[in-house]
Design a protein around this ligand. Structure first.
Ligand code: KIV
Length: 316
């Protein structure tokens, strides 16, 4: 490929409005310009497309997929292959936002080589533009940066450390713990992390880290002082089945909307109210006559209108 074939990063949104592709360096520029970064998880084509078209800057294929999509009790069980599968679906949907793949538990906890190898799979096989890893993994962040894999750190309440933490608890609740967290964040940034997710920590701790890092912080349950915010898509739209955490703001109740739509459909089927005549295909009068034996025109059995209807059905 020649240099002149490289994309400029610009494109057209479905409405025809121009957009600039969000990249890891663009996130840093947003921080410099004090422009808040909006981030959300997505796990499939339809929701990722809606999230992207709504102008969200960063789409994370989070390992929360294990819980909100696959129904596991925690995030630990999801595999690299499952995460790759969903990252590909999201990749196909997203044009503007930065697509970040969460590396699942166990995929970067062994050797550095194994961690880099798995991260490369997300870039190469699924089209992710960055990966996210949890915890203080300075050597791995350095190795990923050297391998040209943009990496986002994740500190504070790290759900993959569930068993070590003894539950999902707010972290960094003492001055010493905040000092340690700040040192960890600085170490990851110095090793080459492009951004930092801060989860489940006091807002004062997040504000201190945000102030001293050049890379952007993206908070979830870390207060309003971060450079950006992220939520789990299913929490935001009310598609979860457990009480929401304190930091979740529910912007819609899709659970109730879907339940009601499906109940109405079931009732309509049970009462022969669906499908209506207007939702049905019809034979022409001539074909109907032929079927009743009232016409000798054998060709009339084939209804040209109906045939066209069938051909036009396609996919919406
Ligand atoms: O998996 C996830 O959803 C996350 C959060 C930071 C949103 O890691």
């Amino acid at each position: 490929m020649s240099l002149t074939q490289f994309s400029t990063g610009a494109g057209l949104a479905p409405g025809g409005l121009p957009f600039t592709k969000v990249t890891v360096p663009a996130l840093a520029e947003m921080k410099r310009q004090a422009k808040p970064i909006s981030a959300l998880t997505a796990y499939d084509y339809a929701t990722a497309r809606l999230v992207d078209e709504a102008g969200i800057d960063l789409v994370l294929v989070g390992d929360s997929l294990a819980m909100v999509v696959l129904g596991h009790e925690n995030t630990l069980a999801v595999t690299v292959d499952e995460m790759l599968h969903h990252t590909r679906a999201v990749r196909r949907a997203v044009r503007r936002a930065l697509v970040v793949a969460d590396m699942p538990f166990g995929s970067y906890h062994g050797s550095i080589e194994e961690g880099v190898g798995n991260a490369v799979r997300f870039i190469k096989e699924a089209g992710a533009e960055a990966v996210k890893i949890e915890g203080l993994r300075v050597e791995l962040v350095r190795a990923l940066a050297e391998a040209e894999v943009p990496v986002i750190g994740h500190l504070g309440l790290t759900p993959q450390s569930l068993h070590r933490m003894g539950g999902y608890r707010v972290q960094a609740r003492t001055a010493d713990a905040v000092r340690q967290l700040r040192a960890d964040a600085r170490a990851l940034a110095a090793a080459g992390a492009g951004a930092m997710v801060l989860e489940g920590i006091p807002r004062e701790a997040a504000e201190a880290i945000t102030a001293e890092l050049e890379i952007p912080t993206i908070g979830i349950g870390a207060g309003p002082g971060c450079d950006g915010q992220i939520l789990v898509f299913h929490d935001l739209v009310g598609l979860t089945f457990a009480p929401a955490a304190k930091f979740v703001r529910r912007y819609a109740d899709l659970g109730a909307a879907i339940r009601s739509a499906v109940e109405h459909y079931r009732e309509d089927v049970e009462h022969h109210a669906f499908p209506a005549d207007t939702e049905s295909y019809h034979l022409s009068e001539a074909a109907q006559k032929n079927l009743r034996g009232e016409s000798g025109d054998a060709d009339a059995v084939v209804n040209r209108d109906a045939l066209e209807d069938w051909e036009e059905i396609g996919q919406a």
